[in-house]
Ligand binder design. Sequence first.
Ligand SMILES: [Zn+2]
Length: 321
Amino acid sequence: MEKKVFKTENIKFKCKIPEIPLTRKELKNLLNYRIPCLCCGMEMLHPDIYSQLLDIKELSGPASEAIHILAPFEKIMHPVERQVFNMFKSMSAKYPDKNFKELLEMKRDIHELALVKIQSIIFNKISFYRRILPKKSARQLRKLMIKTNDIIFDPEPHKPFSRRIFIHKLKNILKNIENKKLKEEIIEIARRLPRSSDEVCAFVVKNSRKKSNIIALNLVHPSVGTFEHLLPKCMNGMNNSLNFALECSYCNNSRHHYPISVQIEENPYMPQNTQIQADKLISLCKKGLCKKEYITNLKHVLQTLSDGIISLDISKLSEIT
Ligand SMILES: [Zn+2]
């Protein structure tokens, strides 16, 4: 335990500061050993390997070349991305000269129709709340829904629909509503709007507007390993390995600033997946590649922040001398 001595005028006192178990570099290095994500359990990619992909020009070229470069990452791609990658594989056999963007453009219309179908069901459900909301909010909601319908039913809208902006506007309309339950109910429905990471149709529509190399990177990006602040930064969570867990970029972005209990509600297998990661870390500890203190602290923090829902079994740590 590191001890710091502070001097005030005439008094000396000692203050214990918990020792940071792993440096950022040491924690990042763990991602070299096929660590599963704390939340979804999928194997993560080392961020440096992802960075190397940023400079590969061939990702903009014919799909067959890009597929060859991305093939080693297929097994760690998330389900939607893997489905799109497989779609590229079969399409590139038929259209060998086309790049990812051109292939997605060929598929856009059919996927856009599928996406609009899903979206319009959700928008109808949200519109229903005009009957319940106070007059002013109901009017604002009506306006937002008319504007949104204009975008999604227009084959060539001036600006494409953005789920993020829609939810932001909806939250603004609802911010003065006193009934918290009602507010959360409406936002929860809006959250069901498909994201490019949840539905192939949303991935195709969103990415068909991007450059080929960006589409290629987006197939891999959700798998990149990141440091998740267990206690969010906005709640004064520390910025070091006492508060960091290894999580894939998809899960990290999906959590926003919600407490771990909410993350578990949305990812019911998270408690099991945290154990799988802990077991992997313990096996690395046996090889001298991770530190016991990191795992002990992880157990303690997860247990506290999840109100006891996550209770890691780290008894095997005691076998390590
Ligand atoms: Zn994940």
